[in-house]
Every structure is written in C-alpha cells, then in structure tokens.
Design a binder for this molecule. Structure first.
Ligand code: PRP
Ligand code: ZN
Length: 300
C-alpha cells in the first residue's frame, strides 16, 4: 500500500504533437500551475492537482509505478505499452479512461512509392522499421505474415532510403513526412488520438474525489467543444421541419413574440458542428435570422 496522498498528479507530454492541446485542455478545466512550462514539475495553484511534463513514452510507466494518477498520451503509445506488458504475461497497470478528441493520427505501414502492394501478404519477407514492434507484431500475426521487425526509436521514415528497411510502420497525421520521403501509406493498423489514461486501482484518499472532479470537468470541456448554440426564427407551420434539421440537438426552447401569433423564436444546443450546408438547408426549410454561437461552459 502506498502512503495516502492529498494531491493528484497528471503527466503530459513535455514537447511534441500533444503538448499544447493537453495543457490547453487542463487550463480549460480551470487548472493553473505555478512553474513555467519548461520545468518538469508544475505545482497546481487552483486545485491540488500537479503537472508532470515528460516524454510521452514514459507516461504509462509513471502511472504503473504510482508516480502519477492520470496521464494524457496518444492511443498509439498506450496500446503499444499494454501489448508489451501482456507479452510479458503482465496486466497493464493503466487503463484508458476517455478519448480526448485531439491529436488524431494513424499508425500505418508505408512502402517506397514505386513498390507494389495489394494485400498484407505482400509484406512477407520484408524488413519493416518501426518504434511500435508490439502493434506491428500483432498486425503481422493476425494476417499470418512473416516479416522482420526492425526496431528504431526515431527517424523511422528514412530507413528505406538508408537501406536498413524495406518498409516502415509509423504515425501518419498529415502525410507530409511520407511524401517528403517518397513513401506511400498502405495499411492502417490503428486509428489514434489523445486519450486520458489512469491507474487501474481506486484510491482511498483525497485523490478519488479529485479524480472525479477532474473527469467531470474534462467531460464538460469535451461537450462544450463539440457544442453550438443555434438561434433562429421560424413560422409555426415550418417549425417541425426546421427542428428536424438541427444536428444532434437537445430539446429546443421555443418562444413566441409578443403581438405575433405565427412567428416563433427557437434556441437549441447542438452537439455537432454546424456547417454552412446545415444553414442553407435550414433556410430552405423556412428558418430566418440564424445565429450560431460558441458555448463557453456547460454543466449538466
Ligand atoms: C510522427 C511520425 C512522423 C510524423 C508524421 O512523429 O514519426 O515523423 O509524426 O506526421 P505527418 O504525417 O503530419 O508528417 P512525432 O512528431 O509524433 O514524433 P515522435 O514519433 O518522435 O514522438
Ligand atoms: Zn514519442
């Protein structure tokens, strides 16, 4: 048993694809930290929640060791490390708690542009460079393909040009890195995004409540990010057609105007993005004077 603690620690990537969005999410949850961003440890001022800025690959391990209670990593890192634990006959000491909706990318196999590829079987006998040996190994096993996994910790994309591998298995976001290295994406192994991970164990101290509080706020931030308040006017006859076109809306509020029996004002929170096309469709259905507003905070 570890000593009771009255502060929660959350680990995020110090610098890389997830750092800014991770810190932004925590700021939106009302967390403020005393130390500057280039320090490893940041003391939480607004709540007893401290921040650790570390390498993303170290985050699952820090949770497993009980150094931190929560962490934000790419699913690629979390999946690779849980497979790694399983391959040693261990149960991973961390679990995925929430999808966070940012840092979307995929783990894919890519081959030189001029090489042929139709099915996974075409990878047989190739040397594939990757930093994700577990995920790649699982993919190859599932497809019954015998290929050689070359483990590299960085600069995976130049391995084919250097002649140290025939293909790679790496993260693809925009695809820019692949194009720059004359590679093309063939198979997608994993769709990834930032996820909140946490220790498998429950806490018998203050940390249990802090964790709940933080999760509630994170859920609020995620919902708000995907929510818009839509306001419009419509005649009574066209009301139901217009309401039917509001994407993922809560029950709309409807009010009438003084002195007008026909014109109604509608406001609804929609849990989806509102595109120009949505507005065009609403207009055709009879909506007038439409306004789409961002939602700042939300608490159910
Ligand atoms: C990944 C990957 C590629 C690049 C792909 O590296 O290794 O180099 O991103 O992105 P693109 O498709 O937008 O060009 P990352 O920046 O995550 O660094 P790391 O793998 O060393 O942590
Ligand atoms: Zn990394």
């Amino acid at each position: 048993m570890t000593k009771p603690r009255d502060r929660l620690r959350i680990a995020v990537q110090k610098s890389g694809r997830l750092s800014d969005s991770s810190q932004d999410l925590l700021a939106r949850c009302g967390l403020k930290f005393r130390q500057s961003r280039d320090k490893l440890f940041c003391f939480g001022e607004s709540l007893p929640v401290d921040l650790l800025l570390v390498r993303d690959d170290d985050i699952p391990g820090l949770i497993a060791q009980g150094v931190c209670e929560l962490g934000i990593v790419g699913r690629n890192v979390a999946s690779e490390q849980s497979l790694d634990a399983q391959s040693k006959g261990e149960t991973p000491e961390f679990v995925e708690i929430r999808e966070l909706g940012f840092g979307r990318c995929r783990l894919s196999i890519a081959i030189p542009q001029e090489d042929a590829f139709e099915t996974a079987a075409d990878l047989a006998g190739l040397r594939i460079a990757t930093s994700y040996p577990q995920l790649l190994g699982e993919y190859l096993r599932t497809h019954g393909v015998d290929a050689k996994i070359v483990v590299l910790n960085g600069s995976v994309e130049i391995a084919p040009r250097l002649g140290t591998a025939d293909a790679i298995c790496d993260l693809v976001q925009s695809g820019g890195t692949l194009v720059a290295n004359q590679l093309r994406e063939t198979a997608v192994l994993l769709d990834s995004q930032a996820v909140l991970i946490g220790s498998r164990t429950d806490f018998a101290d203050e940390r249990a409540d802090l964790r709940e509080l933080l999760l509630r706020r994170i859920d609020g931030v995620i919902r708000v990010r995907e929510s818009k308040l839509v306001m419009l006017k419509v005649s009574r006859a066209q009301l139901s057609a217009v309401i039917g076109l509001l994407p993922k809306s809560d029950t709309p509020g409807i009010s009438s105007f003084e002195g007008s029996s026909d014109l109604l004002s509608v406001h609804a929170v929609c849990h989806d993005s509102i595109t120009w096309q949505h507005l065009e469709d609403l207009k055709k259905a009879g909506a007038m004077q439409m306004l789409v507003l961002p939602v700042e905070k939300m608490l159910a």
